[in-house]
Design a protein around this ligand. Structure first.
Ligand SMILES: [Zn+2]
Length: 230
């Protein structure tokens, strides 16, 4: 994920609508007698993800229950940082000291550096917006995406789980800016660098079979990727 995609989507409206629904749900839960409440959540049926978590840290609500303190599940405590794959501004594919770059699959990194060197000759610089990510960082991104998109199902269109994300395995990189994305879209296949998802033009992975030809067809979004079915 990158910052660039955020501006392209009308998420504020979605979040506001969603927060409103959350308030109604909370009021209903308080006002409606217990007997009726049980009808709202039929036994044996999991509540829809988007109605189960009406309160996120981003939308504090005085009428809602106090936020649980256990939400960040960091194994070794503290916020995620560069060692977990957070990318400092201005990072390039040549930054060996940055774990997000250094921990990428060696073949992917080699292909990226070859492509970046050739692109630079045409005045195009690859920025790394995301690369390798520790599981804890991926988990945090997923939590944030659920809060941002309002449901687990919608978040899955943008952020994978730590178990399925190719970023966690070091097999994916998110490249910016737009001129670099355009250059890669046109020339990446020659290096085995292929876009994978139509909704994420910044996300590239190595497809060695593409080196002599074309990249495989893209998925509309990660939910169509068989690797994400776990
Ligand atoms: Zn990505």
């Amino acid at each position: 994920m990158t910052r660039t995609r955020r501006s392209a989507r009308p998420r504020h409206h979605r979040i506001r609508t969603f927060a409103g629904a959350g308030v109604i749900a909370v009021i209903a839960a308080v006002v409606v007698p217990l007997g009726y409440r049980s009808m709202e959540t039929p036994s044996g049926t999991a509540a829809p993800a988007d109605s189960a978590a009406p309160v996120t840290p981003d939308t504090p609500d005085a009428s809602a229950p106090a936020p649980r303190t256990s939400s960040p599940r960091r194994e070794h405590g503290g916020p995620v940082g560069e060692a977990d794959g957070v990318v400092p501004d201005g990072t390039t594919v040549f930054d060996d000291a940055t774990p997000a770059v250094a921990e990428l699959d060696a073949e992917l990194l080699e292909a990226l550096r070859e492509a970046a060197a050739d692109a630079a000759a045409h005045g195009v610089e690859f920025q790394v917006n995301s690369g390798w990510r520790a599981a804890a960082y991926q988990e945090q991104l997923l939590r944030e995406a659920v809060g941002e998109h309002g449901s687990v199902a919608e978040a899955a269109r943008w952020v994978a789980t730590p178990e399925t994300s190719p970023h966690v395995s070091g097999d994916a990189v998110d490249i910016g800016g737009s001129d670099a994305q355009t250059w890669l879209f046109e020339h990446g296949a020659a290096y085995g660098l292929c876009p994978v998802y139509r909704n994420e033009p910044w996300h590239y992975e190595l497809r060695t079979e593409a080196v002599d030809g074309r990249c495989p067809p893209m998925y509309a979004d990660p939910t169509h990727d068989p690797r994400m079915q776990s």
